[in-house]
Design a protein. Sequence first.
Length: 371
Amino acid sequence: MIEAVGLTKRFGAKTAVDQLSFQVKPGHVTGFLGPNGSGKSTTMRMIVGLDRPTSGRVTINGLPFRELPNAQRHVGALLDAKAVHGGRRARTHLLSIAQLSGIPEKRVDEVLAVVGLQDAARQRTKGFSLGMGQRLGIATALLGDPQVLLFDEPVNGLDPEGILWVRNLMRRLAAEGRTVFVSSHLMSEMALTADHLIVIGRGRLLADMGTQEFIAHNSAGFARVRAADTDPDGRETLGRALSKAGGRVLQEPDGALRVTGLELPGISDLAHAAGVRLWELSPHRASLEEAYMRMTQSAVEYTSTEDPRAELWEQDPLALPAWEDGPSAPEVPQAGFFAPPPPGAGGKPFLMPSNPGELASTAKDSAEDTR
Ligand SMILES: Nc1ncnc2c1ncn2[C@@H]1O[C@H](COP(=O)(O)OP(=O)(O)O)[C@@H](O)[C@H]1O
Ligand SMILES: [Mg+2]
C-alpha cells in the first residue's frame, strides 16, 4: 500500500503538490488523474524518493522508500521511458539493473517476454520507437517482481494495440494482488483501466473514489425530446408544459429540447396531456470527459486563449428557449428523426409495435433471421 499524508512540494514560489493525502490499495488499479502540470509526476517522484517533500510524508508499506530494505524487490516504477542509455542494447540495460539489485539473469529474459521485446533484446535503445521505449520501461519496473508498481503516463505515444496491451497488463498485475498506481491526463483512458480514481488539479486533491462512483456522480443525465416537425406550435407548447412542471428546458441546435429534472415517463405524459405528438424521446448521459474537464477547469495550469475545450466549459452552451423571451428559435431542419433499424432487420425501418410485449419478440425474431 502507498500512503500519502499532507504531502506537499514547493519549487521556490511554486507549489507543485499541495497537502495531498490518499491511499493506494493492493489488488486494484488506481488511476492518478489530472491535467498536465497538476503535480502527478512530482508526487510519483516523491513516492520513490527522487524528490524530497517540503512537508508531509509518503510511505510504501509503512516505510519511506529510502528506508525500504532492497527497494527494487518491493517497488517498480516507470517514470520516464527515455531515461535509458541510448548506446546500450535493451537486454544489457535490463541486465545492468538486475545485477545492481541482485536479481538473477533469467528474470531479464522473463520480463523481455512479458513486454514482447524478445526480438528487440539485442537492439540499441536509441533506435527504439516511443512504444518500444515504454515497453522497456515497463520491463524495468517489473524486473524485481515487486508488489507495488508505479507507471507515469505509460500509454503516452502508444498505438491503440499498445494501449490495450498496457490496460490488460495493469489489470492482470492488480488481479495478482499488487498495488498498481497509474497516472494519466486522459479521463477516457482511466475510466477503462482503473477501478479507483485519485483526481488532482494544481497539486490539490479533487476526488478520491471508485471509478463507477465517479461516473455516476459526474455524468449528469438529460432527456432529448422532439415534437413532430409537422406541428409548428408543438415545440413551444411542449417547452411551456415541461417548464411549468419544473423541468429545465434548453433548446438544441436541431430543434429538439434538452430536458433535465423530469423523468422520461413524466415527459411523455406531459406531452400527451398537452396534445403534442413526439418524434423523439431519448435518455442521454453527459460524457465523462466533459465532467472531468469541468472539474479540473479552474485547475488547468496552461490554457491557450483559443482553447478548443472552452466551449465545453460554458455554463449554458445552448440557446435560451423562445418562450423565455430569448432570441427567436432557430430554423427547424426539414429532415425528421427516425430510429435506425435494429441490427438484423435487413435495413428495413423499425416500426414500433402497438403492444410493448411484441417489442422483445420482434427483436428476437429479427436477430434469428440473420443466422
Ligand atoms: N524540478 C522542478 N523545478 C521547478 N518546477 C517544477 C519542477 N518539477 C515540476 N515543476 C513544476 O511543478 C508543477 C507540477 O509538475 P508535474 O508534477 O510534472 O505535473 P504533471 O506530471 O501532473 O504534468 C508544474 O508546474 C511544473 O512546472
Ligand atoms: Mg507528468
